[in-house]
Design a protein around this ligand. Sequence first.
Ligand code: KG4
Ligand code: ZN
Length: 340
Amino acid sequence: MAAQNIYILGIESSCDDTAAAVLHNGRILSNVVATQEIHKKYGGVVPELASRAHQQNIVPVIHEALNQAGIKKEQLSAIAFTRGPGLMGSLLVGTSFAKSMALGLNIPLLDINHMQAHILAHFIDEEGFEKPKFPFLALTISGGHTQIVKVSDYFEMEVIGQTLDDAVGEAFDKSAKILGLPYPGGPLIDKNAQKGDPKAFDFPKPKVGDLDFSFSGLKTSILYFVQKKLKEDPQFIEENLEDICASIQHTIIKILMDKLKKAVKQTGITQIAIAGGVSANSGIRKTLKEAEQKYQWQTYVPKFEYTTDNAAMIAIAGHFKLLTGEYASMSTTAKARIKM
Ligand code: KG4
Ligand code: ZN
């Protein structure tokens, strides 16, 4: 299809956000996200409840996205949806809806890999945001993934390093839980860290080979540290929350940056993009920008709205897929695990 008047509806339902967005020739017209509040009281995402909430939200969210974009569904050129990776029950809702809608409108259906989409969010036309040039390295950091990806083209991505256990987002969320902060704790660690001393407490960095990561040991050492301190002073967390959060965040950023430096050395690629929910973290954003001067890298930090789960990133991935003519068939099924 020629790149002219292309309207893409993106649908995202892989975890606990029901999202829809409309993209017109690479520009976002609407980007609607319904975040499911129900999981807060359980301290994490409950898959069955997520699936049910997606069923309730999907129609109003898509309606709202079309309304805000000011277009009718008949004007859509194609529908892009998250096929995986994610929670099966959640993925099924978006997948079934996208299939029925594309069938009803008789337009192409485009299946999108959620992790590729996090990276491709960098290619949405946005004023003040430059797009990375191929090849570049992407550090994808979310609640479910931590990867260093060599991106050679829109859909040519190779994972060259990844976590062996917890994802970075989990490290943030589990540390927050230890400190008594509600789910998801990542943004709260970030907020408290801004007022704390990052060198106040020292946490051990994992020793894992090559470009891989490990975060489960950090979580355990934070737990033991906090338990020990609480025995000495029951008010330890309240009195030191900002310093503890700043120190945890500092350790996590150091782990990420050390591996990125190693990846740059191995590949010779100095264009670095970050993607995924944790790329919303103010400390990571700042550190990456500073790396431009410090290491002569060219760095790309996504617009804040495109960091945590959203459908704008699904729509832009769909845009490039439509141009390649790679349509999904009506027998496509959701997939909880898919490789890059
Ligand atoms: O990409 P995402 O929305 O969902 C997944 O695909 O997993 O990422 C969610 C993760 C959560 O772990 C959340 O705590 C983390 O991103 N997160 C943050 C921040 N904002 C979101 N972590 C640290 N600092 C933040 N500001
Ligand atoms: Zn995500």
